[in-house]
Design a binder for this molecule. Structure first.
Ligand code: ZN
Ligand code: ZN
Length: 416
């Protein structure tokens, strides 16, 4: 940790207000030109050009289309990272905005409409704004600012997502990052300018499991001559629910196990040889997640064993729990309060959606928070959620977002 340096927050607010018109321009430009995961070439160009203009050392083509900007203050101190995700979604925009996306791409024989329906256009614009603020104030800072513009937060089928690949590409090393902050617009519906978060598990870890129950096929009238995997599968479905209800301390964190598919058998009078099941597991605490995965395997295998069948369990690890490091979060709350005052909510319920920001959190202390983007005065029923074709985050939140990102970085680096 750097020794405490004097830092002028009034100057930060002035610099943030000065860059706001550009932030709005960047945001509208990006909004009109969304790009899908790992295809963010135009976006990466814009980011790299602006960062270079601000005096950042820029690395391009990280994990495909990722961009990393470094601002070395020349004084010793920690390395602090801020992250924005850059990808849009295959959603046909229905906002009626003058800068609404008209982008279409060909996928095979079909045309797909694209939209920044998760607000990543705002994330990029706000992080560029914070980049400018921090560059303006570099004389007051010590240590190093590392800005991570990552591709593919929304992920692609059957491949690693953007954050996981950025970590593999070494963005948390050279120089080694000490802590990292990220922001997401929306997710939990809050009025414009609200900053909301919780310590520990903020967003769910998500894992997919497959179970193959193998018995021995026989006549449906003579079940004792075989081993019935249908009955075993039924026991496993119920047994898995007992993991959540009887073996998980739900006062620590909530959890969900859902069996979503179950397939077996061809005819009413045949005991089949095999049943296949698949499901999803959501958890909010890394230790609880590890325990649940072990319990899931043990329950399925041993229920099968009891009937002389076998169960093969395979786990497809998804996004980890998005974990707000308790010490880091506690330390940075005064920064958020200086930015948003009473509009900082510190104990919101966890959300069962997932974020690939969690991959950074597996390596270093991280903190993710949500920025409210619903204009005050509009009824919550009219707030279109992220991923909706009508998702229309209020640009009135952009200044708060820029100030929050820049303040967190500046306060971390100066020990304020
Ligand atoms: Zn999203
Ligand atoms: Zn998102």
């Amino acid at each position: 940790m750097a020794q405490q340096r004097l830092f002028d927050h009034a100057m930060l607010d002035v610099a943030a207000a000065r860059v706001l018109p550009e932030v709005i321009n960047w945001r509208r430009d990006l909004h009109a030109h969304p790009e899908l995961a790992f295809q963010e070439h135009r976006t990466a160009n814009l980011v790299a050009t602006e960062l270079a203009r601000m005096g950042y050392e820029v690395r391009r083509g990280v994990a495909g289309t990722g961009v990393v900007g470094l601002l070395n203050t020349g004084r010793p101190g920690p390395v602090l990272a801020l992250r924005a995700d850059m990808d849009g979604l295959p959603v046909a925009e229905d906002t009626g905005l003058p800068f609404a996306s008209k982008q279409r791409i060909k996928q095979g024989n079909t045309e797909v409409a694209l939209m920044h329906a998760c607000g990543h256009d705002m994330h990029v614009a706000m992080l560029l704004g914070a980049a400018r603020v921090l560059a303006d104030l570099r004389g007051q800072l010590s240590g190093t600012v590392k800005l991570i513009f990552q591709p593919a937060e929304e992920g692609v089928a059957n491949a690693a997502n953007g954050a996981e690949r950025m970590v593999k590409a070494g963005v948390l090393d050279h120089p080694k990052v000490d802590a990292m902050f990220g922001l997401h617009v929306g997710i939990t519906p809050q009025p414009t300018g609200t900053l909301s978060l919780r310590t520990r598990g903020l967003m769910a870890g998500s894992d997919t499991f497959d179970i193959v129950v193998k018995g021995r096929q026989t006549h449906g009238a003579l079940p004792w001559n075989g081993v019935d995997p249908v009955v075993v599968a039924a026991q496993i479905v119920l047994g898995l629910q007992a993991i959540v209800s009887r073996q998980t301390n739900l006062t620590v964190a909530p959890a969900v196990i859902t069996v979503g598919t179950i397939h077996g058998g061809q005819r009413a009078n045949i005991v089949p040889g095999e049943v296949k099941m698949s499901g999803t597991m959501r958890s909010f605490d890394p230790a609880v997640r590890d325990q649940m995965l072990a319990q899931l395997k043990r329950t399925a295998e041993n229920l099968a064993f009891a009937s002389n069948a076998t169960a093969e369990v395979s786990i497809d690890a998804g996004y980890p729990v998005t974990w707000n490091d308790p010490d880091l979060t506690t330390k940075m709350l005064p920064s958020l309060r200086r930015v948003a005052g009473n509009a900082v909510l510190t104990d919101i319920p966890p959300t069962t959606t997932s974020e690939d920001f969690s991959f950074y959190g597996q390596r270093i202390p991280t903190m993710l928070f949500f920025l409210g983007v619903n204009p005050p005065g509009t009824p919550p029923a009219d707030w279109a959620p992220n991923h909706s074709p009508r998702f229309n985050p209020d640009e009135g939140a952009l200044l708060t977002g820029v100030r929050a990102l820049a303040s967190l970085a500046a306060d971390y680096l100066t020990g304020n």
